[in-house]
Design a protein around this ligand. Structure first.
Ligand code: AMP
Length: 192
């Protein structure tokens, strides 16, 4: 089963993906993680996207479509979890084509809904916790970049809700409950 976790930044997509990896042996494809890895490795791609990501803007469709196309090659027995991809209608179309070319389908889209103010507080906390734990906060986990990320989410990614609803693939869930409760709701949606 191949699924998308769709939702604004901080809604818990990564947390729920981690549960699905553990419980179902699914493979997570997070374009945000891939781009951060490219930055950490200092590759030309990492350099190219660094400032765009720090601001909270989207990188070009082609960059993330190429990253996903490469990862799809390996296949995944437990299925793929697309996390943070697609984020635009062009990416959604490209994903459909890439899957079809491999004889695969997209089976479900789980939308994690969350309130903006809570999300801003969450990512600002996430940054503070990372620093308190002796690590480094994400460059875009601050109130200003978060406003940009939310704006871009509603403008560019919001249309995907209608797109996947029209395809009969969408289940919307409250993303702000306890992690276990959200995980149970995700499981119910996938098993339905
Ligand atoms: P994320 O970890 O999913 O919050 O992504 C962090 C940042 O990476 C985003 O704010 C964008 O700058 C970039 N990014 C990740 N995925 C995409 C995507 N599918 N399309 C465009 N930009 C992306």
């Amino acid at each position: 089963m191949n699924i998308i976790l769709l939702g604004p930044p901080g809604a818990g997509k990564g947390t729920q993906a981690a549960r699905l990896i553990q419980d179902r042996g699914m493979v997570q494809l997070s374009t945000g993680d891939m781009l951060r890895e490219a930055q950490a490795a200092g590759t030309p791609l990492g350099e190219k996207v660094k400032d765009i990501m720090a601001r909270g803007d989207l990188v070009t469709d082609q960059i993330v479509i190429d990253l996903i196309a490469e990862k799809l090659e390996a296949g995944a027995e437990g299925g793929f979890i697309f996390d943070g991809f697609p984020r635009t209608l062009a990416q959604a179309d490209a994903l459909g084509e890439l899957l079809a070319a491999k004889g695969e389908t997209l089976d479900k889209v789980i939308q994690l809904k969350a309130d903006d103010e809570v999300l801003v507080k969450r990512v600002v906390n996430r940054a503070a916790e990372a620093v308190a734990a002796g690590g480094k906060a994400r460059a875009d986990d601050n109130a200003e970049a978060m406003r940009t990320r939310l704006f871009n989410y509603y403008r560019d990614t919001g249309p995907l809700i209608g797109y996947y609803h029209a395809k009969g693939l969408l289940t919307a869930l409250d993303g702000l409950g306890e992690i276990d409760a959200v995980a149970a709701a995700v499981k119910a949606a996938l098993d339905a």
